[in-house]
Design a protein around this ligand. Sequence first.
Ligand code: TGC
Ligand code: FAD
Length: 380
Amino acid sequence: MAKLNPFDLYDVASLLSEEELMIKDSVARFVDERAMPVIAKHFDEATFPQELVPEIAEMGLLGSSIEGYGCAGLNCQEMERCDSGLRSFVSVQSSLCMYPIYAYGSEEQKQRWLPGMAAGEIIGCFGLTESHGGSDPANMKTHARRDGDDWIVNGSKMWITNGNLADIAIVWAKTEQGIMGFVLEKGMSGFEAREIKSKMSLRASVTSELYFDNVRVPEANRLPNVVGLKGPLGCLTQARYGITWGPIGSAIACLSEVIDYTSDRVLFGRPLAANQAIQLRLADMARRITSAQLLSLQLGRMKDAGTMQPTQVSIAKWNNVRMALDIARDCRDILGGSGITTEYHAIRHMLNLESVITYEGTETVHQLVVGRELTGINAF
Ligand code: TGC
Ligand code: FAD
């Protein structure tokens, strides 16, 4: 019998088209050759590897989630095999910034921003969360008031990925007509981004606070084709889909590392991997990774067919991030003392996944979405 790929036990790769496989392989090569060698240093120094952005753009990864699923999802898996921060950059640029312009923007807005964003020349961020409670975005305080041909935006946003890197920010604000999306541009008077320091998680990603003090925004910068919370939540559905794949990459990186480590490390006269207690843990990791891959694959099929529902995305986001976080923690333990430095991947993934389980809807939010589906009762 042919030897199975330990990181794709159900041969999900065989379900991809030739083109999808080619793109996945080129992303994997980029990750191994260009991103892996620099990531630990960036994480240690709390810097985003901005030098990689042109290559990420060249591979066509920015905006690839807007259409098609297989590539976009698997690209997230490959990127997060390196670091959640790298995948976050792609998710925010593609699903949270390019998608709303594509789905809710005018033709002029699409022409103005999308080509530069796909080329990585215009960086975006997405401002929904506010400091008083991200799980309940309907309660946002940021507001926009019409003033002639402009809008005046006041308020603030918290925990915004790419905030200080961004040339444009998709900002969701309350208006008299309901929640609307505005494209704020770097340099607009009264618009300021402040980087959040001392993070122990997603250190290779920029996270910021955004402040709006009477920012005058032209009507031409308002996304005209959506009003209400369904605007930002629609973007989140896109991003969360990618996030169901991403952490599978983190889990694979951790499992791969401990398979090598336990094969080489000799304790009590035999390789660590020869102990049943270790093999049980490795087997359990492979089982959970395989289930997560199949969940995301079927989710992608439903996305392609246009039938994917937010509750189905919630199940996969909850399951797959929890799976990866548990695996990263377990791998950290198997590495013993070596597991506490960034020389090995596990602790970096473990710390990153503490953000991934919180952002894009906390684990509890997704559990309550599923609970609501089952009972018909809204427990939020
Ligand atoms: P509800 O008031 O019932 O619904 C409002 C409208 O939205 C529609 N809707 C959705 N549409 C698309 N996708 C979804 N997932 C949707 N969920 C709801 C809904 O049909 C309704 O439409 P309409 O036409 O009737 O007006 O709102 P809800 O009760 O369903 O929502 C409650 C809750 C808690 C689920 C929601 O507020 C929520 O998801 N909260 C969590 C907020 C969150 O995830 N924030 C993430 C911020 S961005 C981020 O974290 C980026 S990290 C980036 C990175 O680095 O990768
Ligand atoms: P809260 O909403 O205050 O939740 C606190 C706790 O209460 C959680 O455990 C939660 O599960 C629990 N809880 C909430 N409601 C209930 C309930 N009804 N019942 C029981 N328990 C409940 N946001 C953006 O808009 N754009 C970004 O680019 C972005 N990037 C981020 C990057 C990072 C690194 C991080 C950490 C966050 C980012 N976020 C971003 C914000 C993220 O979406 C929020 O942190 C998240 O939605 C949770 O909001 P909160 O932190 O205010 O926690």
